[in-house]
Design a binder for this molecule. Structure first.
Ligand SMILES: Cc1cc2nc3c(=O)[nH]c(=O)nc-3n(C[C@H](O)[C@H](O)[C@H](O)COP(=O)(O)OP(=O)(O)OC[C@H]3O[C@@H](n4cnc5c(N)ncnc54)[C@H](O)[C@@H]3O)c2cc1C
Length: 355
């Protein structure tokens, strides 16, 4: 990437221009925050991070970010507060204009606010978190964020995968401000180290939210015909956006099947939505497997095993290209991977959503 940025101004704006020289630049690769007069912009390109960190010479009211996926150009347009001419942009802070490995950069958190919580089922809630006013953050499909809370004198951090806004419309009040909220579906463990404390937050309380994390890339599934999503409990959350994305923008897709493991019927998240989606898109199929079903359950029963998976992973045609994605508690994922390898799937065909 070309390291460096230009800037120019009008009466009301200052525009910073960064030329990444990346031909496939997406808006989700950029995060930007403005707080206490400091502008922080980060661009993630594969495993690398470019940072812009400037203490601005003048205050701003707000900013917007524009990315061009064709030229790789990114513009950060700052709205001046005072409409005066700026003699300079401000002071470059440590790390400004550096392009280094993401792992060396460290995780950045901004202070957000809890704005609603709604029960989804007996132990899972949908939380809406509002980003600060001057914040630009979009979580790419298959990526997660870390939440950080001070709990009993320690900072506890846990990863969560936002679900898309259109899937939560039944549970939240409609908002016009797209990309100002993130929606998280979180299972509360009464004896957990994080979730019971998070659940006790009042509406309006602060919570720190990291920039997006994760290694999934849409390029990994280019040309794939059959996708199997193997999930347990809230391991379903990364599948939500992925499902929507592959159905709308993977031209090669012939079939996508969710194999969803839960204890009881009451634990199945979004069952109605999933059943409706099965009816509206014949490429999609959902299979629910319960480990502790009631007597009236007529569906599949059991824990993840080679025989259950072998029966569930039916291809759309004999030689179709297959990709399998798995997410859930560690024991479930490890067992699932062992079974899938036993069934002859290669490492390239398997993907795990993990930290
Ligand atoms: C990439 C990623 C994305 C995720 N996204 C989501 C999401 O969108 N929604 C969601 O709900 N979760 C998600 N998770 C899981 C989440 O990060 C937490 O692990 C989960 O919320 C549990 O948090 P907790 O600290 O409250 O519970 P924990 O303290 O982790 O405890 C959870 C349960 O495990 C038991 N337990 C803890 N330690 C042990 C032990 N040593 N031996 C036996 N049992 C033990 C506890 O008693 C409790 O019942 C995600 C995880 C990953 C890796």
């Amino acid at each position: 990437m070309y390291q460096g940025y230009d800037w120019f101004q009008t009466d009301s704006t200052v525009t910073l221009v960064i030329y990444t020289k990346q031909m496939s630049m997406f808006s989700e690769m950029v995060t930007a925050d403005y707080q206490d007069n400091i502008l922080r912009g980060e661009i993630t390109i594969e495993d690398y991070s470019y940072l812009l960190l400037i203490e601005l010479s003048h205050a701003i009211e707000d900013f917007e970010v524009c990315t061009s996926s064709i030229t790789g150009k990114i513009e950060v347009i700052l709205q001046k507060e005072d409409h005066k001419a700026w003699k300079n942009l401000g002071k470059s802070l440590e790390g400004n204009n550096t392009f280094i490995k993401k792992s060396q950069r460290g995780v950045y958190y901004r202070k957000c606010r809890l704005t609603s919580k709604t029960a989804i089922n007996h132990n899972t809630r949908l939380f809406t978190i509002e980003l600060p006013q001057c914040c630009y953050l979009q979580v790419p499909v298959g990526h997660h964020v870390y939440l950080k809370l001070p709990i009993e004198g320690m900072e506890i951090v846990k990863p969560y995968t936002p679900v898309s806004q259109d899937l939560v419309m039944d549970h939240i009040q409609s908002t016009d401000s797209k990309n100002k909220y993130i929606y998280l579906m979180i299972k509360i463990y009464t004896n957990g180290s994080f979730t019971p404390h998070f659940d006790k937050l009042e509406i309006g309380d602060p919570v720190s939210v990291s920039s997006p994390q994760g290694c999934f890339r849409m390029a990994q599934i280019e040309g794939i015909e059959d996708i199997f999503l193997v999930a347990a409990g809230t391991g379903f959350t990364p599948m939500v956006k992925l499902l929507k994305t592959v159905l709308s923008s993977l031209p090669s897709l012939r079939k996508v099947k969710l194999i969803f493991f839960n204890k009881t019927e009451a634990d199945i998240l979004w069952r109605e939505h999933l059943e409706t989606l099965c009816l509206s898109d014949r490429r999609f199929e959902a299979q629910f497997i319960l480990s502790e079903p009631s007597q009236s359950w007529v569906g599949h029963k059991g824990q993840i095993s080679s025989s259950l998976l072998s029966e569930a992973l039916t291809r759309s045609k004999e030689d179709s290209s297959v990709w399998i994605c798995i997410c859930g508690p560690n024991g479930f994922v490890d067992q699932g991977l062992r079974c899938l390898e036993d069934l002859g799937f290669t490492k390239e065909q398997l993907f795990v959503f993990r930290e």
